[in-house]
Structures are given as structure tokens and as C-alpha cells.
Design a binder for this molecule. Structure first.
Ligand code: GLU
Length: 276
């Protein structure tokens, strides 16, 4: 009896495991095996101008998209073998863990908590948390002026966690995406939106004269490429690709053509890839 029960449980567990892996875009295959077949599924943002944006006609643009394409190409995958999947901030680890994406290139900060679940290549860019307010706002000048104010950020993001932890007295409103925060800022439901400077600059440039980024960046956000925990071979290859992108001028060009244009942002110096 006991054996039969254990067997049944075992079969159930296997069936469940099969269902979970079978539904993913990347499936249960390792990323490098997918790349070998000429295919990769990459998680990006769909609503961040200059970084990861899906246009109405289904094309993708932005710095993260260019980084994703470059890395994919180095892994032997051409742009027509790429599938971009939306990776909202709170879902990035799960998408990687479940094999629904092979890589995540989505303004994704490397940190210890996330490293418990996924690995990172990079960093390929260093951003910093900042604030976006309406152009005529004068009372919010930096994170220390947020007390009693309603501020919007995104679930599962480092900026939201930082506000909760370090700026008590701030009313934090969280949504799934930053574009929803922008709607709340436009309507006056929130006084500010907080996330990385580079993301906010992209939104500000979409509506000239309407918003401004205020204060100096008050965190350090190292953008990494997220991948399955323990896949060292993949991480090494992605690190090599990022290093090559810095070295051959493609990184500068990608930045100028994306964030540079979308937010008239100067191109910073490339960071150093950290092969931990
Ligand atoms: N870089 C931060 C993070 O990884 C904020 C941007 C985002 O939510 O994508 O959480």
C-alpha cells in the first residue's frame, strides 16, 4: 500500500514537472542547446523607451534589445531566431527558473537576493535610482523630500524595495510596469515615479516639457544579463560577448542609437565585466 502510494506520488510529481517545463518558450532545454538549434528566447521590457520597447507593429527597439541581439549573435543565433518575451520586474527570476526564457536583458540589477535564484553575466551598464516628477513640481528635489508623498514604482524592483527600506513615511504605490506608474503621474494620483535614471530619462523624453528627472542618482544599479543558476558555460560565453561588445565599438553605438537618441543621454564609459 505504502509503496503504491509513494509510486503514485512520484508519478504525479514527474507529470507536474513535465507540465511545468513543457509550457516554457525555452522549454526544458539548456540555453546553449537552444542556441545550437539557432533559437533563443530572451526576456526584455516591452514598455521602456530607449531600453526595451515593443512598437505597435511588433518590432523591438532599445539598448537592452541591441545588447540581446549582439549576445545572441555571439552565441550563434541570428535576429530571426530570437523570440522576445515580456519580462516584468517581478517575474524575471521565475521566467529564468522555469526555462520560459533563456536570458533576461531587462534593466536587471545584479544583487545577492536575486543571485540565490539566478546567475548574472555582466554588468553591461551601471544606472542609479532617481525620481521623475511633473515639470512644475518644486517640492520634490531628492529622496529625502519624499516623506508624506505618494511615489510609484514597480513590484519586485530594487527601487521599490529601497523606498520601503530606507525612506519610511513615503507612501509607496506599486504596479507591474513603469508605464502604469507614468499614467498615475500624468493624472496626479502620485507625486513621483522612482526607478533607474536611465529609464526615467526615456519616459521624460517621450513627453517633452511635461516631466523632469530630479536629484542625483542615489543607488548603484549594475545591469546584468540573467540566466539559469549554475550554467557556468553560458555565463562565461555571455561575459565574453559583453566584453567583445565593449571592445569593438558596438556597445557605444548601441547606446548612442537607443538611449542616446531617445533621451539625449551622453554615452558613459563601459563598466568592467565582473567574472565572479
Ligand atoms: N534595475 C532595477 C531592478 O532591476 C529597476 C528597473 C526594473 O525594475 O527593471 O529592479
Amino acid at each position: 500500500m505504502r509503496i503504491t502510494h509513494a509510486l503514485r506520488l512520484g508519478v504525479g510529481a514527474i507529470a507536474l514537472a513535465l507540465t511545468v517545463t513543457a509550457c516554457g518558450g525555452g522549454g526544458d532545454k539548456a540555453a546553449l542547446d537552444n542556441a545550437q538549434d539557432g533559437k533563443l528566447t530572451i526576456g526584455i521590457k516591452f514598455d521602456q523607451p530607449g531600453l526595451g520597447l515593443r512598437t505597435k507593429d511588433g518590432t523591438y527597439s532599445g539598448f537592452d534589445v541591441e545588447v540581446a541581439k549582439y549576445v545572441a549573435n555571439k552565441l550563434g543565433v541570428s535576429p530571426d531566431g530570437l523570440t522576445f518575451k515580456e519580462a516584468p520586474s517581478a517575474q524575471r527570476e521565475t521566467l529564468i527558473e522555469n526555462g520560459q526564457v533563456d536570458l533576461v536583458v531587462a534593466t536587471y540589477s545584479i544583487n545577492d537576493k536575486r543571485k540565490e535564484k539566478v546567475d548574472f553575466a555582466g554588468p553591461y551598464y551601471i544606472a542609479g535610482q532617481s525620481l521623475l516628477v511633473k515639470a512644475d513640481n518644486t517640492d520634490i528635489t531628492g529622496p529625502d523630500s519624499l516623506k508624506g508623498k505618494t511615489v510609484c514604482s514597480v513590484k519586485g524592483s530594487t527601487p521599490a524595495q529601497n523606498i520601503e527600506k530606507s525612506y519610511p513615511g513615503t507612501q509607496l504605490q506599486t504596479y507591474d510596469t513603469y508605464s502604469l506608474c507614468l499614467e498615475s503621474l500624468a493624472s496626479g494620483a502620485v507625486a513621483a515615479v522612482t526607478t533607474d535614471d536611465i529609464i526615467l530619462a526615456g519616459y521624460a523624453s517621450q513627453s517633452p516639457g511635461q516631466y523632469k528627472v530630479v536629484g542625483k542618482p542615489f543607488t548603484v544599479e549594475n545591469y546584468g544579463i540573467g540566466l539559469k543558476k549554475g550554467d557556468k558555460e553560458l555565463r562565461d560565453k555571455v561575459n565574453d560577448a559583453i566584453t567583445a561588445m565593449f571592445a569593438d565599438g558596438s556597445w557605444d553605438k548601441a547606446f548612442q542609437d537607443s538611449v542616446g537618441k531617445a533621451a539625449s543621454y551622453p554615452t558613459p564609459a563601459a563598466p568592467t565585466v565582473n567574472r565572479y
